[in-house]
Design a protein. Structure first.
Length: 256
């Protein structure tokens, strides 16, 4: 075995000028060819000598590859740390600018608005002298309450029907969901135009509170439907099965 190693070392020094000109890929391919050639019936002593010839070069190449890999890893780590630091500073700058704009707007509104807050602004009667906001504030609250009173039951029961009673995967359910999602993306000015043309003009309701309430109810109905539907979909079917197993009916299962 000592003679084999000695002959391999001598072979390596004889072939060293040629081997050093080979690329890493060529050295690996040559080594694989030698290993495959040795497994196919070559004399083991010659095969070991040939491996001993290539082993010093392969070891040096492996050390060089390991160093280059470590250098690349360290370089990638430095680049990742620099990128993370840059992103952190960008996020901080964006947050600071957003907070600064918000503080500026709130401060501007307070500075310009507080001196104009007078008792006449909250008078019960509106006229050209006091320009009271109390009637508009009360009408807004009433219109919102009426709109929710109309839209909330319709939206909740429609969502319950879509999730609990309608056949899953039916075309009608898909059409209703697509329509609801489409209505959610319509601008509010379009709803206002529809309300003016249909409720005010066509139904002759005029500029009344009920016309505004129905218009607002149509606008918020898709949001209520989708919110309720997503909440019901998030409930696991095992809860429904457990309720049915305890003897509860469909309606009691839904509302409990």
């Amino acid at each position: 075995m000592t003679q084999i190693k000695r002959s391999g070392i001598l072979m390596y020094f004889d072939m060293k000028p040629v081997l050093e000109r080979l690329s890493d890929h060529e050295v690996k391919e040559l080594l694989l060819a030698i290993l495959d050639y040795g497994e196919n019936g070559v004399v083991p002593e010659f095969h070991s000598a040939t491996l001993a010839c290539f082993w010093p070069l392969l070891a040096s190449r492996m050390d060089a590859d390991r160093e280059r890999y470590q250098q690349r890893v360290e370089s990638n780590r430095r680049a990742a740390r620099a990128q993370a630091a840059a992103l952190r500073w960008l996020v901080r700058i964006a947050a600071f600018l957003t907070a600064a704009v918000l503080v500026f707007l709130i401060g501007y509104i307070l500075v310009m608005g507080i001196p104009n807050l007078k008792p006449e602004l909250f008078a019960w009667e509106y006229n050209s002298e006091n320009v009271s906001l109390m009637p508009a504030l009360i009408n807004t609250v009433l219109m919102t309450a009426f709109a929710l009173l109309i839209a909330t039951p319709l939206g909740i029961f429609a969502a319950i029907w879509l999730v609990e009673y309608a056949r899953r995967g039916s075309k009608l359910v898909k059409v209703v969901r697509v329509t609801t999602e489409t209505l959610q993306g319509i601008p509010s000015i379009v709803y206002g135009l529809f309300g003016m043309l249909f409720f005010v003009t066509q139904l002759h309701w005029g500029y009344s509170l009920i016309a505004g309430a129905f218009t607002l109810a149509i606008m918020v109905l898709p949001v209520i439907m989708r919110t309720t539907e997503e909440a019901l979909i998030a409930v696991p079917d095992s809860y429904r099965e457990g309720s049915f197993g305890l003897g509860a009916g469909k309606l009691r299962t839904v509302f409990t």
